[in-house]
Write a protein of this length. Structure first.
Length: 212
């Protein structure tokens, strides 16, 4: 038993390390709504609003973080489908907690990898700046290349109305998700294997003591 357990643990660690190496990835990009009459909110002012609607506004990718694996392309003047993401529904309601209806965000990367993100909860609402609002939503993201599979994701929407109510509105959001690095999985595996081995040794000692 003392030989078998470490061998199984080593095999498990190798398997986990190899599989997680393929999954280690990051999503980190920013999007701006191309401003126009289609951006709107519900409420007496943006900072006091209860919902925001991106209806009809193209959502263009304008920035990417280091290591971003979204497959999206950033250009100065968006002209290709790879540079846009879509929201459904486009209306975001600011109720704290679980959303009555999940929001789906999707895009296709430049290599054909298709991403689907499902936002299910509002975790933070910042109304501290006049004529502006920041709303944080969380959910999961998956893609057809299996870099991400129901991985936790955070969506932070920021909207502002610099001139006050009645003037033009601008809006943007950032999208962030990551899966643990291989080293993290291996450390977890080592910990569990160590605990299992210790339990087996203790069991063996207990049986020996009872026999005596």
């Amino acid at each position: 038993m003392k030989i078998v357990i470490p061998a199984l643990a080593a095999a498990f660690i190798a398997t986990v390390g190899a599989s997680s190496a393929a999954q280690a990835a990051v999503i980190d990009f920013g999007v701006d709504a191309i401003t126009g009459a289609d951006l709107s909110y519900t409420g007496p002012s943006l900072s006091a609003s209860t919902a925001f609607d991106f209806d009809g506004s193209p959502l263009a990718v304008t920035s990417k973080g280091v290591g971003d694996a979204s497959g999206l392309v950033v250009l100065s003047f968006p002209t290709t489908p790879d540079m846009f993401v879509s929201l459904s529904p486009t209306d975001i309601v600011y109720d704290m907690g679980t959303l009555a209806s999940p929001i789906t965000k999707s895009w296709t990367g430049s290599t054909g990898d298709m991403f689907t993100e499902t936002l299910t909860k509002v975790t933070e609402i910042d109304r501290g700046t006049p004529n502006a609002i920041t709303v944080t939503l969380t959910g999961t993201v998956s893609d057809t290349d299996l870099m991400f599979k129901d991985s936790p994701v955070k969506f932070i929407m920021q909207a502002n109305q610099v001139g006050g109510p009645g003037d033009a509105i601008s809006a943007s959001f950032t999208n962030v998700s990551s899966v643990p690095e291989p080293a993290t999985w291996v450390m977890l595996a080592l910990g569990f294997a160590g605990l299992g081995y210790a339990a087996v040794r203790r069991s063996a000692k207990d049986k020996a003591a009872i026999a005596i």
